[in-house]
Design a protein around this ligand. Structure first.
Ligand SMILES: *Cc1c(COP(=O)(O)O)cnc(C)c1O
Length: 378
């Protein structure tokens, strides 16, 4: 492939900071770089407390422990998402109640949620697909009314915002009780593998740190708050090493530049493909008024599975790799038998017709646009 689907961005300072971390002689977790990164996110986006994790998957697992999911508890989430969104709660014995996507966007349909709530419901997990906000205001209101926790799977949603009806603008990941971000190499800001838990509800702050450090109060110990540390809760090794945090720091220094570039590529696709898409019955992503675009992903909504296959093959023939995305989780081999049988038509539709175009810092976007415009409906 001349044009891969993704190419990790490097600022050039990654190995410099890694070398510095090594020279400092402390390369396990929660050192200087971990704290610099966490403070950066807290200051820039208004998260109350951030903890770097080894992945977004790990951050979601922490969230499931923090909201005290017990066997039989129900958790509502979209079917059109990554496996980890659900798996983190399955590990604690939850029953997943899958919701459908909106008809105009892969995000969870906020209007479908109320009818899914039962006496066993404990949490709603929203996924900000492509970094575009779910409709958080009605979702938070519903959660409050039914005393539920809201967890944001913000894996794709760094540097994106939601605007409330009164004009208040809040960063995605700062609205729910807890939020999980990913720094996997396919995301906007990367550290190879990596992630972060944002804790917005004060009641979770202390326990989050303990779960993060294998169930010990080691963080308090290092701050001098207690004179010895021990085992006080469940937990795991959720924190990344300083080497990972040092890599991430080099990315954060360039966050504005990365974001400007990614948004420009997204805009080029959006503007220059508009009439071609219309002529072929293909839909382009729309950003609702309450959301912003963080340039994470550009996708096409094809007319049919056949048309999507034809688009993918056309690009492939020109050395360009475009890829489809999630397969509805309620139909997965693992969950099919556990699902309650409701059909989720929009989730299944996006499974069949959505295709993602290459989007990375060094992409020659004009070339992809030129090749796509040669595609005529089959
Ligand atoms: C990437 C992604 C994840 C998983 O992130 P990791 O850091 O690889 O664990 C989870 N949920 C969504 C929506 C994602 O896009």
């Amino acid at each position: 492939m001349k044009t891969p689907f993704n190419k990790p961005y490097l600022s050039g300072r990654e190995t410099f900071y890694i070398e510095d971390a090594v020279k400092r002689g402390k390369i396990s977790g929660n050192g200087v770089y971990t704290q610099k990164c966490q403070k950066f996110f807290e200051d820039k986006y208004g998260f109350s407390k951030c903890l770097l994790t080894t992945s977004c998957t790990a951050a979601l697992e922490m969230a499931a422990i923090l909201v005290e999911i017990e066997p039989g508890d129900e958790v509502i989430m979209p079917s059109y998402t990554f496996v980890s969104t659900a798996n983190a709660f399955i590990l604690r014995g939850a029953k997943i109640v899958f919701a459908d996507s909106r008809s105009d966007h892969p995000n969870i349909d906020e209007n479908s949620l109320e009818s899914l709530i039962t006496a066993r419901t404990k949490a709603i997990v929203v996924v900000h697909y492509a970094g575009v906000a779910c409709h958080m205001e009605p979702i938070m209101a519903l959660a409050k009314q039914h005393d539920l926790f809201v967890i944001e799977d913000a894996a794709q949603a760094i540097d994106s915002y939601y605007t409330f009806a009164d004009g208040t603008k809040k960063a995605l990941g700062s609205i729910g009780h807890l939020a999980a971000f990913s720094f996997h190499e396919t995301k906007n800001i990367i550290s190879g593998e990596g992630g972060m838990l944002a804790v917005n509800d004060e009641q979770f702050a202390k326990r989050a740190e303990i779960i993060w450090e294998k169930g010990t109060n080691r963080s308090s110990f290092f701050r001098g708050e207690v004179d010895k540390y021990g085992w006080i809760d469940i937990g795991s090794s959720f924190l990344p090493s300083e080497i990972v945090a040092a890599f991430l720091w080099a990315q954060l220094e360039n966050l504005e530049d990365i974001q400007r570039k990614r948004r420009a590529i997204w805009e080029a696709y959006h503007q220059q493909l508009a009439s071609w898409a219309l002529a072929n019955g293909i839909k382009l992503p729309q950003i609702p008024n309450y959301a912003t675009n963080n340039g994470h992903m550009f996708y096409l909504i094809c007319k049919s599975l056949e048309q999507r296959t034809a688009v993918i093959n056309h690009l492939k023939a020109h050395g360009i790799l475009a890829v489809f995305h999630y397969l509805s989780l309620h139909k997965s081999l693992f969950y099919n038998e556990r699902h309650d049988g409701r059909s989720l038509v929009n989730s299944d539709h996006f499974t069949d017709v959505l295709v993602r175009l290459p989007l990375y810092y060094e992409l020659a976007v004009e070339e992809v646009i030129r090749v796509l415009r040669e595609f005529k409906k089959p």
